[in-house]
Design a protein around this ligand. Sequence first.
Ligand code: 5RP
Length: 136
Amino acid sequence: MRVAFASDDENETTRAVVAALVEDGHEVIRPDTAESWPDLGRFVGQAVVDGRADYGVVMCWTGTGTAIAANKVVGVRAALAWDPWIARGARLWNDANVLAMSLKRLAPDVAVEVLRAFLDVAEPDPDEAANIAALE
Ligand SMILES: O=C(CO)[C@H](O)[C@H](O)COP(=O)(O)O
């Protein structure tokens, strides 16, 4: 899949997430320049809404700022997740199209588990279709 990725800082956790995306065969779409977390969140959200990416992943210290910024793009459903169950639920019950994670609070192996749990859900639960449509 094509996954847009942006983070406003780099550490072992962000490097592990990008490495897992590449290892799993995804095309990683990244901004050309380092920007502020609001711009990075919008970049990823816009890439998803424009159809240049299938999903987005945003990271910042907390994950919250980039999630808020991505969610400002109409059509984005960004979810902040910190464990695989939350990430899977975000796809399954909310059809989230952008995953947000904290680069400060998630260990590299946990962030990769969260990422894979998110991307592993191909389709949302059809029982949630009306609720998801009501978000627009
Ligand atoms: O978590 C964040 C936003 O939610 C940022 O990563 C954190 O606030 C640091 O940002 P800056 O480097 O612009 O001070």
